[in-house]
Design a protein around this ligand. Structure first.
Ligand code: SAH
Length: 278
């Protein structure tokens, strides 16, 4: 993309799409020790995507976190840089080759801790363990992460096993590729890094932070199409407002997410079938 109207993301300091080691080390604008995501993908141009906008984008510009898309194609085989082949045993589609992915993973491993607890290597995959807010909190305390975005029918199992890659799923649905899933995972993680969100109190109160879904939110106008903001929120009585919000959060959680509700009740020594009648 060229010309005066090129998107902002292409003019920004990062990411550097490259497979030259010196480029990975060249971004002096990143805060020392900043959390870093290395993303192996056939579509590096998909990054930073929405991560380049708003608070995550500002934080990226400020070097509070860093993003290195790694172009899987550049590790491909032969003149055509082939990255995939037909599934052993037959069947539809194509599978990403172990040797090609291994080269990309070895490249990504340069300059990262070998300890998987400090630097997890994750493959976005519908077969993975579901990604959660707790995992995002965990990842935000790591040094960084290497993410593999799959395409086609996915990735040769041998490279998953050999590199100790962990599979992580965004949910029980199938996407075309791992790029959107990787962006979602990065977004959820990066916003938990100190200073990325201006207002850290909002993190403490939001959904899942206390194993409850968030209470309903309202803002001006006080009356809209005959619907009023609940009186209590305009009362100025912070104690009663907090109690109301908790009550609403509990009701919503019980109604929509019986699984979360049972876990919450177990933790708070409450009867999941008691009070909170809906
Ligand atoms: N054949 C695979 C699906 C491949 S979908 C299977 O049935 O399990 C192609 C790629 O999209 C995957 O390799 C993965 O990287 C990504 N993807 C699809 N669904 C996803 C999900 N729910 N969570 C995370 N990544 C997903």
């Amino acid at each position: 993309m060229t010309g005066p109207d090129k998107p902002r993301s292409h003019g920004r300091l990062q990411p550097v799409v490259s497979f030259q080691p010196r480029d990975l080390m060249a971004d002096s604008r990143t805060v020392v020790g900043a959390w870093r995501a290395k993303v192996i993908t056939l579509f590096p141009q998909a990054f930073p995507g929405t991560l380049g906008l708003s608070l995550t984008g500002k934080a990226l510009d400020m070097g509070l976190w860093a993003l290195d898309p790694i172009d899987l194609r550049s590790f491909g085989e032969g003149k055509h840089r082939n990255v995939d082949d037909t599934p052993a045993g037959g069947g539809a589609g194509m599978v990403l080759r172990a040797d090609v992915m291994a080269r990309a993973l070895n490249f990504a491993a340069q300059g990262t801790p070998a300890d998987r607890a400090r630097w997890p290597v994750l493959y976005l995959s519908p077969r993975g363990r579901p990604f959660t807010q707790a995992r995002a909190r965990d990842l935000a305390t790591s040094a960084g992460v290497t993410l593999i975005c799959g395409r086609f029918e996915g990735l040769d199992q041998r490279v998953i096993d050999h590199f100790g890659v962990e599979e992580v799923s965004l949910g029980d649905f199938v996407l075309t590729g791992g790029e959107i899933a990787a962006q979602a995972l990065i977004d959820a993680t990066v916003r938990l890094i100190p200073r990325v969100l201006g207002n850290h109190a909002s993190i403490e109160e939001e959904s899942f932070s206390e194993d409850l879904l968030e209470h309903p939110q309202y803002t001006r106008p006080a009356s809209w199409q005959g619907h009023d903001i609940p009186d209590i929120l305009l009362s100025g009585d912070h104690g009663r407002i907090a109690a109301w919000r908790r009550d609403m959060a509990e009701r919503l959680t019980k109604e929509r997410r019986p699984d979360l509700w049972r876990a919450y009740c177990a933790r708070h020594d409450r009867d999941p079938d008691g009070d909170q009648e809906l």
